[in-house]
Write a protein that binds this ligand. Structure first.
Ligand SMILES: [Zn+2]
Ligand SMILES: [Zn+2]
Length: 185
């Protein structure tokens, strides 16, 4: 990957994300290293697990071509500057994280662009990992849908839990991020 290409990728990330930031540069580096380690840049042959929902999440999707809506990118929000890359054909997976983010880093445009060219080993740590995935989490049509026995809304992809009431959606089973204020029927 030559220097020009990394800058071009960063420009594509900025166009999607809306600004130049350290996260875009780090996302470019995480994505490139992950694809190098699994030996493919074909988004149909990989699943990427992105460990935060901040800037890197956009950059990693742009550079890899994976998408949350295609189920080829997964958000696993550990609040970390890291991602794991699974080669769905060979089954090999690697997790890459950012080695250190010093607070003294000046976030000038030049400094951010320089991050693109720091040697891998100075910026990143990577390890081979095993990722276990349920069959219903792979791309492709939904394998199963059920209706929640309490709210009767449809649940895709095995996200239901069984209870003595029958299958429940996670919101009915464990409480929800929202409260109903008024219902319209
Ligand atoms: Zn950003
Ligand atoms: Zn429900």
């Amino acid at each position: 990957m030559n220097a020009q290409t990394r800058d071009d990728l960063l420009d594509r990330c900025i166009a999607y994300h809306g600004h130049l930031c350290v996260g875009q540069a780090l996302g470019v580096r995480l994505a490139l290293k992950g694809m190098e380690l699994i030996g493919t840049s074909d988004p149909k042959k990989m699943i990427v697990f992105i460990e935060n929902d901040r800037c890197i999440a956009d950059a990693i999707q742009i550079v890899t071509g994976t998408r949350i809506g295609r189920r080829s990118a997964k958000l696993i929000n550990y609040g970390k500057m890291a991602a794991a890359f699974l080669d769905t054909e060979a089954g090999a997976a690697y997790r890459v994280n950012v080695r250190h983010l010093t607070s003294e880093v000046t976030h000038s445009k030049e400094a951010i662009r320089e991050t693109l060219h720091v040697p891998d080993a100075e910026l990143l740590v990577w390890k081979r990992v095993k990722v276990s995935m349920k069959p219903e989490d792979f791309p492709g049509p939904p394998r199963r849908t059920v209706n929640c026995s309490r709210c009767s809304e449809k649940i895709f992809d095995g996200r239901e839990v069984s209870s003595n009431e029958g299958s429940l959606c996670l919101s009915c089973a464990h409480g929800s991020y929202y409260e109903i204020v008024e219902e319209y029927r």
